[in-house]
Design a protein around this ligand. Sequence first.
Ligand SMILES: Nc1ncnc2c1ncn2[C@@H]1O[C@H](COP(=O)(O)OP(=O)(O)OP(=O)(O)O)[C@@H](O)[C@H]1O
Length: 282
Amino acid sequence: MTLPTPDLQVAAQPSIEMPPGAAIVEFKDVSIGFEQNHVLKNISFRVERGETRIILGPAGGGKSTLLKLANGLLQPDSGEIWIFGKPLSGMSEREIFELRAHIGMVFQESALFDSLTVEDNVAYRLHEERVPEEEAHDRVVEALRFVELEKAIAKFPPELSGGMRRRVSIARAIISKPDLILYDSPTGGLDPITSTTIIELVVKQRDVSNTTSLLITHRLQDAFTLATHRFSPSTGHMEPIPDGKLDPGTKFLVLNEGKIVFDGTTHELTHTQDPWLRAYLE
Ligand SMILES: Nc1ncnc2c1ncn2[C@@H]1O[C@H](COP(=O)(O)OP(=O)(O)OP(=O)(O)O)[C@@H](O)[C@H]1O
């Protein structure tokens, strides 16, 4: 693991308390459908602390639905979802709200408020939690420095490029030092070069804070960059892990038509003999 750079240690929160042996995310036989259509069918998997779980699969396979279930935005028709060792079912609105304080979310298309400045967008959750203004400002500056966008603090989202808006969205997700980050297609709609700069930030967040995450991507290249790269605190950039080694915490879940067709490591995925997976990965 890489060491945090000094300015990133500021305001670090203690990790959430969990029962021994609990996973950060656990789906147990989860199914959900909309208007008679089954979207996820009997999904079971675990995501352990420190893991980066990449979710792949063809469009419409249920990836975004899975992320919304993990955040309590949707309820399953059957099965159980446990987050930080606690079942979501039966939680009150307030308990789900408190749980979400430990989860950062990077939505598809950034989902920023166009009428708020970058500062107010990033501080949104801190304002909800009534964090004092001065502390909120310091934390916004810290989060924007992490995504290398301090200069845009007073701008409005429509003044920014797509890649910059995605950076703001990441700053907003990490501001509360979450124990879990859900990235829904963080590079969707971006050109390949900008996509790589966003993946570099995801790698940096992973290696500096050791945050657990679930990440949907449509770009296999992004997925394999995450698996084969690490953040170097000395250069401040991402670099290939030497000797062709793989990041041990990066694992994959592949969904097709609402079912898990793969759950395992990068090595297992790239060495699969399954004909459908091999065709999908080509
Ligand atoms: N709120 C909803 N009401 C009705 N149908 C929905 C709803 N949300 C998702 N669906 C349907 O569920 C299926 C899975 O959608 P989902 O967005 O989870 O897939 P996905 O794998 O994330 O797709 P993509 O890669 O295109 O983002 C789709 O057929 C979609 O139309």
